[in-house]
Write a protein that binds this ligand. Structure first.
Ligand code: 5GW
Ligand code: MN
Length: 353
Protein backbone atom coordinates (compact mmCIF):
# COMPACT_ATOMS: atom_id res chain seq x y z
CA UNK A 1 0.00 0.00 0.00
CA UNK A 2 2.64 2.43 1.07
CA UNK A 3 4.87 1.43 -1.77
CA UNK A 4 2.12 2.01 -4.27
CA UNK A 5 1.34 5.43 -2.74
CA UNK A 6 4.94 6.54 -3.00
CA UNK A 7 5.13 5.26 -6.51
CA UNK A 8 2.03 7.11 -7.73
CA UNK A 9 3.08 10.29 -5.93
CA UNK A 10 6.46 10.18 -7.61
CA UNK A 11 4.75 9.57 -10.93
CA UNK A 12 2.56 12.55 -10.21
CA UNK A 13 5.60 14.77 -9.55
CA UNK A 14 7.25 13.65 -12.76
CA UNK A 15 4.09 14.29 -14.72
CA UNK A 16 3.69 17.73 -13.17
CA UNK A 17 7.28 18.65 -13.91
CA UNK A 18 6.94 17.36 -17.43
CA UNK A 19 3.76 19.24 -18.16
CA UNK A 20 5.30 22.40 -16.67
CA UNK A 21 8.29 22.19 -18.99
CA UNK A 22 6.02 21.35 -21.91
CA UNK A 23 3.65 24.25 -21.30
CA UNK A 24 6.47 26.65 -20.67
CA UNK A 25 8.38 25.70 -23.80
CA UNK A 26 5.43 25.78 -26.15
CA UNK A 27 3.82 28.81 -24.56
CA UNK A 28 7.06 30.67 -24.91
CA UNK A 29 7.46 29.57 -28.54
CA UNK A 30 3.94 30.61 -29.36
CA UNK A 31 4.39 34.08 -27.95
CA UNK A 32 7.92 34.78 -28.92
CA UNK A 33 8.42 33.41 -32.37
CA UNK A 34 6.65 33.06 -35.62
CA UNK A 35 7.65 29.46 -36.25
CA UNK A 36 4.17 28.63 -35.11
CA UNK A 37 2.52 31.28 -37.15
CA UNK A 38 -1.12 30.30 -37.87
CA UNK A 39 -0.42 30.37 -41.59
CA UNK A 40 2.04 27.53 -41.22
CA UNK A 41 -0.38 25.42 -39.23
CA UNK A 42 -2.98 26.19 -41.86
CA UNK A 43 -0.68 25.22 -44.68
CA UNK A 44 0.30 22.00 -42.96
CA UNK A 45 -3.32 20.96 -42.69
CA UNK A 46 -4.42 21.81 -46.20
CA UNK A 47 -1.36 20.70 -48.13
CA UNK A 48 -0.43 17.20 -47.20
CA UNK A 49 2.57 16.79 -49.46
CA UNK A 50 5.68 16.10 -47.45
CA UNK A 51 7.41 19.16 -48.88
CA UNK A 52 4.89 21.49 -47.35
CA UNK A 53 4.86 19.87 -43.95
CA UNK A 54 8.58 20.27 -43.46
CA UNK A 55 9.21 23.74 -42.11
CA UNK A 56 11.87 25.40 -44.18
CA UNK A 57 13.82 28.55 -43.56
CA UNK A 58 11.39 30.31 -45.84
CA UNK A 59 8.61 29.64 -43.35
CA UNK A 60 10.73 30.99 -40.56
CA UNK A 61 11.20 34.20 -42.49
CA UNK A 62 7.73 35.36 -41.56
CA UNK A 63 9.03 36.86 -38.37
CA UNK A 64 5.99 39.04 -37.94
CA UNK A 65 2.47 38.15 -36.95
CA UNK A 66 0.00 40.30 -38.77
CA UNK A 67 -2.25 40.48 -35.71
CA UNK A 68 0.58 41.47 -33.38
CA UNK A 69 2.42 44.07 -35.40
CA UNK A 70 3.38 47.41 -34.01
CA UNK A 71 3.70 50.28 -36.44
CA UNK A 72 2.67 53.91 -36.78
CA UNK A 73 -1.03 54.35 -37.42
CA UNK A 74 -1.87 55.40 -40.97
CA UNK A 75 -2.90 59.03 -40.69
CA UNK A 76 -5.77 60.15 -42.91
CA UNK A 77 -4.75 63.78 -42.56
CA UNK A 78 -1.04 63.26 -43.08
CA UNK A 79 -0.04 61.47 -46.24
CA UNK A 80 3.65 60.47 -46.16
CA UNK A 81 4.28 62.46 -49.35
CA UNK A 82 2.36 65.02 -51.35
CA UNK A 83 4.77 65.45 -54.25
CA UNK A 84 3.53 62.59 -56.41
CA UNK A 85 0.30 61.02 -57.62
CA UNK A 86 -0.31 57.82 -55.68
CA UNK A 87 -3.56 56.60 -57.15
CA UNK A 88 -4.86 56.48 -60.71
CA UNK A 89 -8.33 57.76 -61.75
CA UNK A 90 -9.37 54.08 -61.86
CA UNK A 91 -8.20 53.65 -58.27
CA UNK A 92 -5.06 51.61 -58.85
CA UNK A 93 -2.22 52.42 -56.47
CA UNK A 94 0.94 53.96 -57.91
CA UNK A 95 3.84 52.54 -55.91
CA UNK A 96 6.34 55.14 -54.66
CA UNK A 97 8.86 54.90 -51.88
CA UNK A 98 7.47 55.96 -48.52
CA UNK A 99 3.88 54.73 -48.80
CA UNK A 100 4.03 51.12 -47.76
CA UNK A 101 5.25 49.01 -44.88
CA UNK A 102 7.31 46.07 -46.07
CA UNK A 103 6.65 44.02 -42.94
CA UNK A 104 2.88 44.13 -43.40
CA UNK A 105 3.17 43.18 -47.07
CA UNK A 106 5.67 40.40 -46.41
CA UNK A 107 3.44 38.93 -43.72
CA UNK A 108 0.38 39.06 -46.00
CA UNK A 109 2.02 37.46 -49.01
CA UNK A 110 3.95 35.02 -46.91
CA UNK A 111 0.72 33.87 -45.35
CA UNK A 112 -0.57 33.17 -48.85
CA UNK A 113 2.65 31.29 -49.74
CA UNK A 114 3.00 33.33 -52.93
CA UNK A 115 5.12 31.92 -55.80
CA UNK A 116 6.73 34.38 -58.18
CA UNK A 117 8.24 33.74 -61.62
CA UNK A 118 10.79 36.13 -63.12
CA UNK A 119 11.19 35.82 -66.90
CA UNK A 120 14.23 37.21 -68.68
CA UNK A 121 15.58 36.92 -72.21
CA UNK A 122 19.30 36.61 -72.88
CA UNK A 123 19.51 36.11 -76.62
CA UNK A 124 22.77 36.19 -78.58
CA UNK A 125 25.30 38.60 -77.11
CA UNK A 126 22.91 39.72 -74.39
CA UNK A 127 23.95 36.60 -72.41
CA UNK A 128 26.71 38.78 -70.97
CA UNK A 129 24.13 40.61 -68.86
CA UNK A 130 22.71 37.55 -67.12
CA UNK A 131 25.38 37.13 -64.43
CA UNK A 132 24.94 40.55 -62.81
CA UNK A 133 21.19 40.34 -63.35
CA UNK A 134 20.70 37.11 -61.39
CA UNK A 135 23.33 37.95 -58.76
CA UNK A 136 21.71 41.31 -57.99
CA UNK A 137 18.22 39.77 -58.11
CA UNK A 138 19.35 37.37 -55.39
CA UNK A 139 20.19 40.38 -53.24
CA UNK A 140 17.15 42.54 -53.91
CA UNK A 141 14.31 40.74 -55.70
CA UNK A 142 11.58 39.19 -53.53
CA UNK A 143 13.98 38.21 -50.78
CA UNK A 144 12.36 35.63 -48.48
CA UNK A 145 9.74 34.54 -51.02
CA UNK A 146 9.53 31.65 -53.46
CA UNK A 147 11.07 32.67 -56.77
CA UNK A 148 11.56 30.77 -60.03
CA UNK A 149 13.88 32.36 -62.55
CA UNK A 150 13.06 31.51 -66.17
CA UNK A 151 15.94 32.37 -68.49
CA UNK A 152 15.08 32.23 -72.20
CA UNK A 153 18.19 31.89 -74.32
CA UNK A 154 19.55 30.56 -77.59
CA UNK A 155 22.91 29.96 -75.87
CA UNK A 156 22.21 27.71 -72.87
CA UNK A 157 25.91 26.82 -72.57
CA UNK A 158 26.74 30.45 -71.87
CA UNK A 159 24.49 30.66 -68.83
CA UNK A 160 26.73 30.35 -65.76
CA UNK A 161 25.86 28.36 -62.65
CA UNK A 162 24.32 30.32 -59.81
CA UNK A 163 24.08 29.64 -56.12
CA UNK A 164 20.55 30.54 -55.12
CA UNK A 165 19.01 31.18 -51.74
CA UNK A 166 16.52 28.69 -50.32
CA UNK A 167 13.13 28.59 -51.99
CA UNK A 168 14.51 29.85 -55.28
CA UNK A 169 15.11 27.90 -58.50
CA UNK A 170 16.34 28.62 -62.00
CA UNK A 171 15.34 27.10 -65.34
CA UNK A 172 17.07 27.69 -68.64
CA UNK A 173 14.61 27.54 -71.55
CA UNK A 174 16.15 27.12 -74.99
CA UNK A 175 14.48 29.30 -77.62
CA UNK A 176 15.38 30.48 -81.13
CA UNK A 177 17.37 33.68 -81.62
CA UNK A 178 15.56 35.68 -84.27
CA UNK A 179 17.65 37.34 -86.94
CA UNK A 180 16.21 40.84 -86.74
CA UNK A 181 16.66 42.52 -83.37
CA UNK A 182 13.12 43.85 -83.56
CA UNK A 183 11.94 40.24 -83.68
CA UNK A 184 14.21 39.32 -80.77
CA UNK A 185 12.44 41.83 -78.54
CA UNK A 186 8.91 41.45 -79.98
CA UNK A 187 8.81 37.64 -80.00
CA UNK A 188 9.31 37.68 -76.25
CA UNK A 189 5.55 38.10 -75.94
CA UNK A 190 4.83 34.93 -77.90
CA UNK A 191 7.41 32.94 -75.97
CA UNK A 192 6.17 34.12 -72.59
CA UNK A 193 2.60 33.34 -73.68
CA UNK A 194 3.44 29.81 -74.78
CA UNK A 195 5.46 28.95 -71.69
CA UNK A 196 2.82 30.52 -69.46
CA UNK A 197 0.15 28.28 -70.95
CA UNK A 198 2.31 25.15 -70.95
CA UNK A 199 4.23 25.52 -67.75
CA UNK A 200 4.21 28.71 -65.69
CA UNK A 201 0.51 28.40 -64.72
CA UNK A 202 1.41 25.21 -62.87
CA UNK A 203 4.41 26.68 -61.10
CA UNK A 204 3.75 30.27 -60.07
CA UNK A 205 1.02 32.69 -59.05
CA UNK A 206 2.58 35.84 -60.49
CA UNK A 207 4.95 36.55 -63.34
CA UNK A 208 7.35 39.46 -63.53
CA UNK A 209 8.99 40.11 -66.92
CA UNK A 210 12.09 42.31 -66.95
CA UNK A 211 14.74 43.19 -69.61
CA UNK A 212 18.13 41.57 -69.10
CA UNK A 213 20.19 44.76 -69.51
CA UNK A 214 19.35 45.78 -65.96
CA UNK A 215 20.67 45.40 -62.45
CA UNK A 216 18.71 45.28 -59.22
CA UNK A 217 20.07 47.95 -56.91
CA UNK A 218 17.51 48.26 -54.11
CA UNK A 219 14.65 46.32 -52.55
CA UNK A 220 11.97 45.11 -54.98
CA UNK A 221 9.40 43.03 -53.16
CA UNK A 222 5.79 41.94 -53.03
CA UNK A 223 4.61 45.55 -53.17
CA UNK A 224 4.88 45.20 -56.95
CA UNK A 225 2.45 42.28 -57.20
CA UNK A 226 -0.98 42.74 -58.71
CA UNK A 227 -3.23 41.32 -61.42
CA UNK A 228 -2.03 43.69 -64.13
CA UNK A 229 1.13 45.69 -63.44
CA UNK A 230 2.75 48.38 -65.57
CA UNK A 231 5.73 50.61 -64.88
CA UNK A 232 5.91 54.32 -65.72
CA UNK A 233 8.76 54.96 -68.17
CA UNK A 234 11.50 57.05 -66.49
CA UNK A 235 11.64 59.45 -69.41
CA UNK A 236 7.95 60.40 -69.42
CA UNK A 237 6.57 60.71 -65.88
CA UNK A 238 6.32 64.48 -66.22
CA UNK A 239 5.45 64.56 -69.90
CA UNK A 240 2.28 65.65 -71.64
CA UNK A 241 0.14 63.17 -73.58
CA UNK A 242 1.31 64.71 -76.80
CA UNK A 243 4.90 63.96 -75.90
CA UNK A 244 4.26 60.26 -75.23
CA UNK A 245 5.90 58.20 -77.97
CA UNK A 246 2.87 56.00 -78.62
CA UNK A 247 2.24 54.59 -82.08
CA UNK A 248 0.27 57.32 -83.87
CA UNK A 249 -0.64 55.70 -87.18
CA UNK A 250 -4.32 54.71 -87.01
CA UNK A 251 -3.69 51.64 -89.22
CA UNK A 252 -1.40 50.10 -86.64
CA UNK A 253 -2.68 47.69 -84.00
CA UNK A 254 -0.63 49.73 -81.52
CA UNK A 255 -2.41 53.00 -82.32
CA UNK A 256 -3.18 55.38 -79.48
CA UNK A 257 -4.78 58.76 -80.27
CA UNK A 258 -3.09 61.95 -78.98
CA UNK A 259 -6.00 62.65 -76.63
CA UNK A 260 -5.86 59.15 -75.12
CA UNK A 261 -3.37 57.24 -73.01
CA UNK A 262 -2.77 57.49 -69.28
CA UNK A 263 0.92 57.01 -68.67
CA UNK A 264 3.73 56.09 -70.99
CA UNK A 265 4.63 52.62 -69.74
CA UNK A 266 8.06 51.09 -70.25
CA UNK A 267 8.41 47.90 -72.23
CA UNK A 268 11.28 46.70 -70.09
CA UNK A 269 9.16 45.69 -67.08
CA UNK A 270 5.62 44.38 -66.69
CA UNK A 271 3.96 41.83 -64.50
CA UNK A 272 0.76 40.32 -63.25
CA UNK A 273 -1.13 37.27 -62.13
CA UNK A 274 -0.13 34.34 -64.31
CA UNK A 275 -3.54 34.20 -66.08
CA UNK A 276 -3.41 37.94 -66.80
CA UNK A 277 0.08 37.62 -68.24
CA UNK A 278 -1.30 35.01 -70.61
CA UNK A 279 -3.95 37.50 -71.79
CA UNK A 280 -1.47 40.37 -72.04
CA UNK A 281 1.13 38.46 -74.02
CA UNK A 282 -1.52 36.87 -76.26
CA UNK A 283 -2.96 40.30 -77.07
CA UNK A 284 0.38 41.97 -77.75
CA UNK A 285 1.60 39.04 -79.84
CA UNK A 286 -1.54 39.16 -81.98
CA UNK A 287 -1.23 42.93 -82.37
CA UNK A 288 2.32 42.44 -83.62
CA UNK A 289 1.16 39.75 -86.09
CA UNK A 290 -1.67 41.96 -87.36
CA UNK A 291 0.82 44.72 -88.12
CA UNK A 292 3.25 42.27 -89.69
CA UNK A 293 0.49 41.17 -92.07
CA UNK A 294 0.26 44.81 -93.14
CA UNK A 295 4.02 45.04 -93.38
CA UNK A 296 4.03 47.38 -90.40
CA UNK A 297 5.78 47.52 -87.07
CA UNK A 298 4.78 49.83 -84.23
CA UNK A 299 7.21 52.65 -83.41
CA UNK A 300 8.60 51.15 -80.20
CA UNK A 301 7.84 47.53 -81.02
CA UNK A 302 6.57 45.46 -78.07
CA UNK A 303 6.49 48.60 -75.89
CA UNK A 304 3.91 50.18 -78.22
CA UNK A 305 1.65 47.11 -78.18
CA UNK A 306 1.99 46.90 -74.41
CA UNK A 307 0.87 50.52 -74.05
CA UNK A 308 -2.09 49.76 -76.29
CA UNK A 309 -3.07 46.80 -74.09
CA UNK A 310 -2.90 48.92 -70.94
CA UNK A 311 -5.27 51.44 -72.50
CA UNK A 312 -8.15 48.95 -72.46
CA UNK A 313 -6.88 46.69 -69.65
CA UNK A 314 -5.85 49.27 -67.13
CA UNK A 315 -3.14 48.16 -64.71
CA UNK A 316 -4.48 47.29 -61.28
CA UNK A 317 -1.14 48.48 -59.93
CA UNK A 318 1.23 51.02 -61.44
CA UNK A 319 4.89 51.17 -60.46
CA UNK A 320 6.72 54.48 -60.28
CA UNK A 321 9.90 54.99 -62.34
CA UNK A 322 11.89 53.91 -59.26
CA UNK A 323 11.32 50.46 -60.72
CA UNK A 324 12.90 51.06 -64.12
CA UNK A 325 15.40 53.84 -63.70
CA UNK A 326 18.00 54.91 -66.22
CA UNK A 327 20.79 57.23 -65.09
CA UNK A 328 20.50 58.95 -68.44
CA UNK A 329 17.58 60.78 -66.79
CA UNK A 330 19.67 61.98 -63.86
CA UNK A 331 18.33 62.12 -60.30
CA UNK A 332 15.06 64.05 -60.01
CA UNK A 333 13.87 64.79 -56.47
CA UNK A 334 10.73 62.62 -56.67
CA UNK A 335 12.77 59.51 -57.36
CA UNK A 336 14.05 58.82 -53.87
CA UNK A 337 15.25 55.30 -54.59
CA UNK A 338 16.49 53.72 -57.80
CA UNK A 339 15.51 50.09 -57.46
CA UNK A 340 16.28 48.76 -60.91
CA UNK A 341 18.84 50.35 -63.20
CA UNK A 342 19.41 50.09 -66.91
CA UNK A 343 23.00 49.08 -67.59
CA UNK A 344 24.88 51.31 -69.98
CA UNK A 345 25.20 49.15 -73.07
CA UNK A 346 28.32 48.93 -75.12
CA UNK A 347 26.25 48.88 -78.31
CA UNK A 348 29.08 47.64 -80.52
CA UNK A 349 29.74 44.71 -78.22
CA UNK A 350 26.15 43.51 -77.75
CA UNK A 351 24.24 44.55 -80.84
CA UNK A 352 26.36 43.17 -83.64
CA UNK A 353 25.64 39.52 -84.33
C1 5GW B 1 19.76 43.33 -79.87
C2 5GW B 1 19.97 44.42 -80.71
C3 5GW B 1 19.09 45.51 -80.64
C4 5GW B 1 18.03 45.46 -79.75
C5 5GW B 1 17.84 44.35 -78.92
C6 5GW B 1 18.69 43.26 -78.99
C7 5GW B 1 18.51 42.12 -78.08
C8 5GW B 1 17.55 42.15 -77.10
C9 5GW B 1 19.34 40.94 -78.17
O1 5GW B 1 20.21 40.77 -79.04
N1 5GW B 1 19.17 39.93 -77.27
C10 5GW B 1 18.23 40.02 -76.29
O2 5GW B 1 18.14 39.09 -75.45
N2 5GW B 1 17.39 41.10 -76.22
C11 5GW B 1 16.33 41.11 -75.19
O3 5GW B 1 15.38 42.09 -75.45
C12 5GW B 1 16.95 41.42 -73.84
O4 5GW B 1 16.20 40.79 -72.81
C13 5GW B 1 16.76 42.91 -73.78
O5 5GW B 1 16.86 43.42 -72.47
C14 5GW B 1 15.41 43.07 -74.42
C15 5GW B 1 15.09 44.46 -74.98
O6 5GW B 1 16.17 44.96 -75.75
P1 5GW B 1 17.02 46.18 -75.23
O7 5GW B 1 17.28 46.00 -73.78
O8 5GW B 1 18.24 46.33 -76.07
O9 5GW B 1 16.05 47.40 -75.46
P2 5GW B 1 16.17 48.85 -74.74
O10 5GW B 1 14.94 49.57 -75.19
O11 5GW B 1 16.19 48.63 -73.24
O12 5GW B 1 17.45 49.49 -75.20
MN1 MN C 1 16.63 47.11 -72.00
Amino acid sequence: MEIRDTFSRRRCYILAAFSFVFTFLFGWYGLKSSEWHPSIIFRCTVNNTSDDIRLSRLDLLSDVRLDRMVYAKPDVLQPPRTDVLTITPWLAPIVWNGFYNRDILNAQYHQAGVRIGLTVFAIKKYVIFIKDYIETAEKFFMVGHKVNYYIFTDRPNDIPNFTLAEGRSLSVLEVPGYKRWQDVTMRRMQMIRDHTRDRFVNEVDYLVCIDVDMVFSEHIGVEILGDVVGVIHPGFFGASRKAYTHERRPESAGYIAVDEGDFYYTGCFFGGAVEDIYKLTNFTHHAMLADKAKNMEALWHDESYLNKYFLSHKPTKVLSPEYAWNNYYGSPAVVKVKRLLHVDKDFKAVRSN
